[in-house]
Design a protein around this ligand. Sequence first.
Ligand code: 13P
Length: 280
Amino acid sequence: MLVKMGDLLADAQKGNYAVGSFSVANMEMVLGALKAAKELNAPIILQIAEVRLKQSPLEIIGPLMVAAAESAETPVAVHFDHGKTLEKITQALDIGFTSVMFDGSHLPLDENIAMTKRVIELAAEYDADVEAEIGCVGGSEDGSEDIAINCTKVEDAVRFEAETGVDALAIAIGNAHGNYKSTPKLRFDILEEVEKNTDLPLVLHGGTGITPDDFVHCSHTGIKKINIATATFDSVENNVNKCYNDGSIKGYYDLQSAEVEGAYQNVKKHILIFGTDNKA
Ligand code: 13P
């Protein structure tokens, strides 16, 4: 069933786990994610980022994501990731996304706060939730920009919470989008301070390549939403390659099944690590 991100994150705060927010690019990835969620009786979030709309137009994939969530047997929120323009954020809300992210992490804090408040007002007209980001997560969602990591300042998080009343806050603690060149060293000292000084559900971007132990540590230290993109794209591609190599793809529909399976495997793996199984 289609649900709000805020409700999933409130349950995660009570239950001391994190909810996976899985990026999708096509119907096969949506089907794979839902298959894993159903099998493990898990709530999940389906998301797509604004930079990905070149390949997957919002007016086509958006209704598909909402319809998939509505028909799902477990709670599924539909989230617009890294919204940069009011135009696309509004389009996502019109389509029925239950939450949007406004990514003002590159802006001075005052401007980020002002813009986030505008997006919160807009989303309120749709009864939708809003995620924002402070500090800079490294890289960019589609790898097109080499953004340097700039860890979140605790005092900025406190001010952001007080002045915006945002529903979820993405923070930068040494995490980055895409495949890491070496295992990241997350700044748990910063995470602990932000957790201590705010009540917000916190969001970890750049989930691909973070170790299971670090995911669990994060989910017990205020992180309630974890974004996974590259690992699912890689899993789909690797499974398709494997199936071509072992001869199990004999036609188009075998290829389609291999894509669904690749997404399913990665989403399942992360649901189990995040502890969202049997939390539907
Ligand atoms: P990864 O591609 O590193 O998994 O990051 C996903 C993400 O944070 C999307 O916003």
